[in-house]
Unconditional design. Structure first.
Length: 66
């Protein structure tokens, strides 16, 4: 599995804070050349107040082999 990730920090998340991590699968594209699927993701970390502390976009290649 390989990946490409972009991260945007919006506000601090403190060490003693309870956070929620969410990922949303936006798109799955089969790729014969790479022998797997390219999965596009959008994610975020929300603080206790429900506000987004970190936003992220990612692209992951899922394959059956290493």
């Amino acid at each position: 599995m390989s990946f490409d990730l972009g991260v945007r920090f919006r506000r601090p998340a403190y060490a003693d804070e309870t956070i929620v991590l969410e990922w949303l699968v936006v798109k799955v594209t089969p790729n014969r050349k790479l022998q797997g699927d390219i999965v596009e993701l959008r994610g975020r970390i929300k603080g206790q107040d429900g506000k987004t502390a970190v936003g992220a976009k990612g692209r992951v290649l899922l394959t059956d082999r290493l």
